[in-house]
Design a binder for this molecule. Sequence first.
Ligand code: SF4
Length: 959
Amino acid sequence: MVLSEVRNDRVDTSVKPADEIKTTTCYMCACRCGIRVYLRDGKVRYIEGNRDHPVNKGVLCGKGSAGIMQHYSPARLDAPLLRVGPRGSGEFKKISWEEALDIATAWLGRVRTTNPSRLAFFTGRDQSQSLTGWWAIQFGTPNYAAHGGFCSVNMAAAGLYTFGGSFWEFGEPDWDLTRYFVLFGVAEDHGSNPIKIGLGKLKKRGAKVLAINPVRTGYGAVADEWLGIKPGTDGLLVAALIYELLRTNQVDLDYLVRYTNAHWLVIDEPGAADHGLFARDGEGRPLAWDSRSRTVLSADEPEIGPALSGRFSLPDGRKGVPSFELLVKRFLSPQHAPDAVAAETGIAANTIRRIAAELAHAAFKEEIRLDIPWTDWAGRRHEQMIGRPVSMHAMRGISAHSNGFHTARMIHILQILLGSIDCPGGFRYKPPYPKCIPPRLKPRGKPGHVTRNEPLGGPHLGFPTSPADLLIDDDGKPQRIDKAFSWDAPLAAHGLMHAVITNAALADPYPIDVLFMYMANMAWNSTMNTPAILQHLTAKDEKTGEYKIPKVIYADAYHSEMVSYSDLVLPDTTYLERWDCISLLDRPISEPDGPADAIRHPVVEPDRDVRGFQGVLIDLGWRLGLPGFTHADGSRRYPGGYPDYIVNHQRMPGVGPLAGWRGKDGSAFAVGDPNTRKLARYVAHGGFNVHHLTEHMRYSKHANRDYLEWAVDKSFLGDDNHLVFQLYVEALQRFRLAAEGHGAIQPPDHHRQRIATYFDPLPFWYPPLEGTMVAAEKYPMYAITQRPMHMYHSWGSQNAWLRQITAQNRLYMAREKGRQLGIADDDWVWITSNIGRVKAQVKLMEGVNPDTVWTWNAIGKRAGAWGLDREAPEATKGFLLNHLIAELLPEREGGYRYSNSDPVTGQAAWYDLRVAIEKAPAENDPRAEPRFEPLKPLGTGKDARVGVLAFGREFRDRT
Ligand code: SF4
């Protein structure tokens, strides 16, 4: 409604708000809500939530509304660009698409015909990874990943190796029935509207919300209780909660026997090559000790009465102990007692004991029984679904520590001990999850897999279960540029994008010829140690004078900092101008009660010389002659571009990017022939498809016969075997045995100790690595970032409406700490880490751990970028902590430097940072530091760098 439509306190309801309303999918954060876009005179006038959409049910957040200003941003690129000055100078000339594609084809073609490994193709917040990954497979490079290694691979890998699911895209709390919800760490970015809607339900019902986060902000602000934990000690707190549950005997042993490997016998022969592996029969089935028959039986026998403690003789004389006994020994040790962890975590022992008791009470004393009959994997009928109404959620706050994998494993084990996986009131899988534990995919890219002019022959990312799955040569040398799936990071299920530029510039393990990236602001806020990365991007070989990274191709919709460090820029459309596919093959938007997928379609036509990146990639695929995009006669496989691919591509027979309306007549779900009317059906249906499971398939999906059979039929699972939660992960022990000298594939000596330490089949807590490698007395404070509710990474902080909420980030610290350090509100301070220092302005507050400072992420901008004025607060007063975060850990013995990552998964350890804070001398007009040379504005967008953006006046004037 505009002002002119209000007359004398009356609202004129006859004004037509739009010429047309189109439904599509929001891209202002990762949630992918359904939106209705009001169009007037061919312009976007208004965006509202789609009430029918499964993700947001009509709710629209501030970011989603501000999509208008994202779409009309002055920072939009408007034509392909070719660098004409030195890299970083920002000197470009506009070129035609034909020229741009010719250049890209020549650069990429040369790599493919010589050595495909010399291409590193990495994408940022890409929501089309099933296409970008497929393209990279067809190209033949082993060097592909998206940004998961930045933010969430610890969560994803820990969950998939433990129970075949994870939080967010793979599952969520049962918001309707849970009675006790525990939220670990910052989560606002990866679960915006869905969590807000969920929290609203919990508050309405009076369910308890417990927030565990060093900072009380975001969702924690409305929690019933906040635990201001020290960063990186969540695992220790969870270990103490498990200690308390075990000590007070509040664990559902029947549930453990039914659904986990608690009773599987672990070989107990120290020093032997099979020590720590599961005892198995001749057919590979795990064994258990049956207390009734007093014999060793297959652990899968449905009516077994297995022992959960003791040491038993196996038929061949070896000894075995149930894995649960090992778990109890691990967690019932005195080091996990609440009194022992209180100082390290900053949480009082009595509080820990009370929380453990509350969790147990909610799970066991407030049990839920739903009268929904179902049949389990062994054919046993159950008359009710039993629920333990405790649920949890964690994302980046847990994930972005170097101990995040094991911490996330502990959270999942806590859920399992309470019996709250996929039950009423607990955590609930979202189909196509659960997956096999772990998924059976293995990474491709071993020596011999990469061949000139040939596809890779399989997916880049997967789930190793032994050293034989690693991508290394006979000397243990990594085969990928990011060293994923090597001894550096064996379970790097999402790759290590944060390591790519450093490794490429250092030619470690080898140099590359072309760095090809999409939507990844690696020259600024998506990178560690920004100054070093800028040096790497501009470093030249002294002998040849060539850049050490010879060619950089970059695709983005906006003038991000990375654009200036690129050689060829491919301008993308905004999310309202293009086709997209939110696919079950990729990162689904399902509900627990059924799988869902969605599309984006152009609601307005681009008014610039830009093209949707996905279509460009398909075009490049054909120009390069990649078999997935080219028929044998050389013609295009997808002449209609991305929409054509979405409709007709089949990853395997009958399975394509969209699951809805398959089959010639559109009547099939998930598996069926391509349907030429599919996109029209999606558009007509609001841009999404959701398939609802029948009631008896909705819970215990890991062991629900009807669900498992259905999931196989829909190609979500390879077989209908029930999925057994892995309290004890045998795969990790296989790596540890290799480090101890067993097997044909062993780590080089400098990796042995690290692998032996961190590849523990039971989770354990260790201090975040940076804190153990720098002097704690010199850098006494923890420094972390949080995500503003109203912004999503660097996009949001150039958005004209969202900037009005936050245009400068402050360094927040505890009021009492400020008093101790002589620092007052609005003072400027130096923040110093072991690699550099940053100057920032302080804001004191109450709700923060006293040893922690924090700031909003990605507000600070480099002057000249993003179509902002050089004197914009983001550029003069805003700052990034990234400049202080080391990309490599300090040297180990022998001079080797690991990336600053979790040693198991390679997850970037953003939140391990330790700093010192000191007051900066007073000065007139203080500014944030370091100050980088302003980037040359492109001035390519319409109205570039205007002072005030007044949107909507045109509609008002027309009325
Ligand atoms: S939560 Fe994210 S996807 Fe949903 S409306 Fe907000 S910005 Fe858009």
